[in-house]
Design a protein around this ligand. Structure first.
Ligand code: SF4
Length: 426
C-alpha cells in the first residue's frame, strides 16, 4: 500500500464529517489504511478522488475476486508486521466426468474449530474431453469455481459462467488475453520458470488483465523456492510478481499432500487446489489456515452472556469466565465432556484471557456485577454462589462486596472442574 498515513488519504476526502460511512472523514481514512472499510462506503467521492485513493490503498499484492472468492491482497511477508487479510480459498479438482462426486465431498466436509465451521470453498473444474458435459457441469455446480480448459472451450464456457480461467502459458497467452479482455475475468498463468512468468506478467499487465500465478508444484522444495522469490519480490515492489499465487497439490501420497499444504498455507499460497477432498489433508490445512489468517491486532472474542451447559436447573452452579475465545471454548468443552449441568457467565474482558484481564483490571468486581444484572443470573438459580476461576482468586472479596453473593474460587485449570465440583458443590 502506497499510503503511509491516514493524512495521505484524508486530503482526497470531502472533509464534511457527515458520518454516513459510520465514522468521521479522518476515521474513514484510518479505516481504509487498516482495511476495515471499503472505498465505496463513502458515497460522496468523485471519480478522480476515488481513483487516487484506490491507487493509494491498493495492496502490495493485487487482490482478485471471482465467484465470491477473494485471493491475494496481502501487504506483508510476516503476519506480525500487520496481518494477513484473505484466507487462501481451497478448491477441489474435478472434471466433467466426476464433478458430482467431488461436489458432494466439497459440500459435506466440515471441521468444527473454536466454535467455527471450517469448510472447503469450491471446485477447480478441469476440462477432460467432453465439451457438452463440461458446459453442463458449469451450470450444475452450485459452489464457487475456477475453470481450466483450452481457449476454444473456455470461449463457450465463459458464456455460461464468468470466473477465473487457466492455464495461460507462453504458447496460448494471446488467446487468454483476448478472452480475459472480452469477458473481464482473471487468468491463471502457469509456469515453473520465473522468466516465463515475468514475460507473461508483462503481457497481461500491459493490457490491464489481472492474473494469478501458478508456479507449478513439481517438488515441494523447488516450488517453495519459486513461491518465496515471487512473494518477496512482489512485496518489495516488483510489479510483475505482485500478484496472488496458486498452488495445485495432487501427489499420490497423502503425507506429501499434507506436507505441501501446510508448507504453502504458511508461505504464501493465496489459492490452493487439491486433487481430492481427503480429510487427512483438509483438517490440518483448514485449522492452520484459520490460525494464520486470524488478525493478531484483534483479540479473539466470543459474545458475553449466560450460557447454559447441559440442562441446568435452579440448583446448578454458576461459573464465571472471560470472553477470550480460546478460554471460553476450553472451559465449555471441559464442562460438557465432564457432563456438568451448569451456567457459564461469560464477562466482557475485550477478548483478553483470565490471567491478563485480572492483571490489567478488565476482569473486576464491577464487570462481574454488571454481567450478572444484565444476564439476570439471580432469576436463573435459587442459590447465591458464584464460582470464579482460580487465576481470579484475588477478586473474591471485591466480588462478594459488589454482588452480595458468596464467591467460591475454582481450579486454575478447567479440566479439574469435575473433581473440584464433586467435592465442593453439594
Ligand atoms: Fe467523510 Fe465520506 Fe465518511 Fe461522510 S461518508 S464522513 S464525507 S468519508
Amino acid at each position: 500500500m502506497k499510503a503511509k498515513s491516514p493524512l495521505d488519504i484524508y486530503k482526497y476526502l470531502p472533509k464534511t464529517n457527515c458520518m454516513e460511512c459510520g465514522t468521521s472523514c479522518m476515521g474513514f481514512a484510518t479505516n481504509l489504511i487498516q482495511r476495515k472499510q471499503r472505498l465505496d462506503e463513502c458515497p460522496y467521492l468523485d471519480e478522480k478522488a476515488k481513483a487516487k485513493i484506490a491507487e493509494l490503498i491498493e495492496p502490495n499484492i493485487k487482490e482478485i475476486e471471482f465467484e465470491g472468492l477473494r485471493v491475494g491482497g496481502e501487504e506483508v511477508l510476516f503476519r506480525h508486521e500487520l496481518t494477513f487479510f484473505n484466507k487462501p480459498p481451497i478448491l477441489i479438482i474435478a472434471d466433467e466426468s466426476n464433478y458430482e462426486e467431488e461436489l458432494k465431498d466439497v459440500k459435506s466436509y466440515k471441521k468444527i474449530y473454536v466454535g467455527k465451521e471450517l469448510r472447503v470453498d469450491g471446485i477447480l473444474l478441469k476440462f477432460k474431453s467432453d465439451k457438452d458435459a463440461f458446459l453442463r457441469a458449469l451450470k450444475e455446480i452450485d459452489v464457487s469455481i475456477a475453470m481450466i480448459a483450452p481457449p476454444e472451450v473456455l470461449k463457450e464456457a465463459l458464456e455460461v459462467r464468468r470466473t477465473a480461467i487457466g492455464y495461460a502459458d507462453t504458447s496460448n497467452y494471446k488467446d487468454f488475453l483476448d478472452l480475459a479482455k472480452s469477458y473481464n475475468v482473471p487468468v491463471i498463468v502457469k509456469s515453473s520458470d520465473l522468466r516465463e512468468i515475468k514475460f507473461l506478467a508483462q503481457k497481461f499487465r500491459k493490457e490491464g488483465v489481472k492474473f494469478i500465478i501458478n508456479p507449478v508444484l513439481d517438488k515441494i522444495a523447488s516450488c517453495y523456492d519459486r513461491v518465496i522469490k515471487l512473494r518477496v519480490n512482489g512485496i518489495m515492489g516488483d510489479e510483475d510478481f505482485a500478484y496472488p499465487i496458486m498452488v495445485e497439490i495432487d501427489f499420490d501420497d497423502v503425507f506429501y499432500n499434507a506436507m505441501a499444504s501446510i508448507t504453502f498455507v504458511c508461505r504464501y499460497a493465496d489459492l490452493i487446489a487439491f486433487g481430492k477432498a481427503d480429510p487427512l489433508v483438509l483438517m490440518p490445512t483448514l485449522v492452520l489456515r484459520e490460525n494464520i489468517y486470524t488478525d493478531p491486532r484483534v483479540p479473539v472474542a466470543v459474545e458475553s452472556g449466560l450460557y447454559a451447559i447441559g440442562n441446568p436447573n435452579g440448583d446448578a452452579p454458576v461459573l464465571v469466565t472471560t470472553n477470550f475465545m480460546l478460554t471460553f471454548y476450553t472451559v465449555k468443552t471441559d464442562l460438557e465432556s465432564a457432563g456438568v449441568d451448569c451456567y457459564l457467565l461469560v464477562i466482557d474482558t475485550g477478548g483478553i484471557c483470565v490471567g491478563a484481564s485480572v492483571a490489567s483490571g478488565r476482569f473486576n468486581a464491577d464487570v462481574v456485577k454488571e454481567a450478572m444484572e444484565k444476564f439476570k443470573v439471580a432469576e436463573k438459580v435459587k442459590h447465591r454462589k458464584l464460582i470464579i476461576p482460580g487465576l481470579a482468586s484475588r477478586l473474591k472479596g471485591a466480588i462478594e462486596d459488589a454482588t452480595g453473593w458468596e464467591v467460591l474460587v475454582g481450579p486454575i485449570d478447567s479440566s479439574a472442574i469435575k473433581d473440584w465440583l464433586a467435592k465442593v458443590w453439594k
